[in-house]
Write a protein of this length. Structure first.
Length: 353
């Protein structure tokens, strides 16, 4: 009996020592590391930015989001914390725009093709073969087209912070895609963009919008025949494992719009806004070149790791594609503001090599 009693007292004593140790030693230590400086805010005052996106961390957008987060945190002396949620783990590409507008996340960076919900004018950036070089894409993003598109966002409780670069889109499929007739009656996964849909219809193909993170599965199960995407997305999501053919067509550009909830933006002080804008500019400049390198390197990795057939579209073949697209080109201004379409063709003519 006395023995049991001593055991119980012993347990209670050890329990109390442990509680005192953790209670009075570790917790104040944690707090002191956040509040050691009078200028620095405590954790309760930290501004949290939840930043959701749908691609892998090792892609141009994934890397840019991490770099942006690091710059904002360091330059604000950790007054701001940017929590990056990749791979659609928080919201899929179907839901992220609503989540942003409703303030469930503060930042997203969708492909601009996914902004048709806000205005069909965004689709000017999807016109196939309109922007033939990287400089042409930059001029579209940073010139009149980008400015006009950004000016429409505030009505929707969104502020556009800038564009991020990924790369030119290429076609993948089970069968080779060389001549326009190769597309006939095939089914392609697309991003939800009427212009991309019209592009495939012009070739006599079907187009189905499918969320990015369900594309691999749909290709694997044979529910669709092919898809278009950048090399970095084809590589990081392993689409090359479930497709036999890759056509390097550079027929369109996939880039991103970085968006922040406007109510949240307006609640930030001017110095915090300046830190975010500066980090955004620095990240975009840095990513522009890096995105090209990543896409080039990952094409080499696809060549090394798979036996997918790769075809580089020749100028003659491209001209056949353009012929097939001619009636679609003539109908574009029914969908998109004609001054924006004209501006796109101006850029096209300036940069066509
Ligand atoms: C896609 O849906 O194919 C892309 O928009 C994914 C991305 O964000 O790069």
């Amino acid at each position: 009996m006395l023995k049991n009693y001593l055991w119980i007292v012993g347990f209670v004593f050890i329990g109390l020592i442990t509680a005192f140790y953790f209670g009075f030693h570790f917790i104040p230590y944690k707090q002191s590391s956040l509040e050691h400086d009078d200028e620095q805010m405590g954790i309760k005052d930290q501004i949290i930015i939840k930043f959701s996106h749908v691609v892998a961390e090792n892609t141009p957008k994934g890397i840019a989001a991490q770099r942006f987060a690091q710059l904002v945190e360091e330059n604000s002396d950790y007054r701001i914390k940017v929590e990056v949620y990749p791979n659609g783990m928080l919201y899929s590409d179907e839901d992220e725009l609503d989540a942003l507008i409703e303030g469930n996340v503060q930042m997203i960076s969708p492909a601009h093709s996914k902004l048709e919900k806000l205005s069909p004018d965004w689709l000017v950036l999807d016109i196939p073969f309109a922007f033939p070089t990287y400089d042409a894409v930059s001029e579209a993003y940073e010139g009149k087209i980008g400015q006009e598109l950004f000016s429409m966002l505030e009505k929707k409780n969104i502020k556009g912070l800038g564009f991020w670069y990924n790369g030119f889109k290429q076609m993948t499929s089970n069968d080779p895609l060389i001549h326009p007739a190769d597309f006939r009656e095939k089914v392609f996964r697309i991003m939800p963009s009427d212009v991309i849909e019209m592009q495939f219809h012009a070739f006599g193909a079907e187009a189905v919008p499918i969320p990015f993170n369900k594309t691999y599965q749909s290709l694997e199960k044979g529910e669709i025949d092919g898809q278009e995407n950048t090399i970095s997305n084809i590589y990081s999501k392993k689409f090359y494992e479930v497709q036999e053919n890759l056509t390097i067509s550079n027929h369109g550009y996939l880039g991103y719009v970085v968006l922040i909830n406007n109510d949240f933006w307006k609640s930030l002080s001017p110095d915090i806004q300046a830190i975010i804008k500066e980090a955004m500019e620095e990240t975009s400049d840095w990513m522009k070149e890096l995105a090209k390198t990543i896409n080039d390197q990952e094409l080499d990795k696809i060549k090394e790791n798979s036996d997918i057939n790769i075809h580089y579209l020749t100028l003659e073949e491209k001209n056949l594609w353009l012929e097939e697209l001619s009636s679609f080109y003539n109908s574009l201004d029914k969908k998109i503001r004609s001054d924006l379409v004209n501006e796109a063709w101006k850029i096209h003519d300036k940069y066509l090599e």
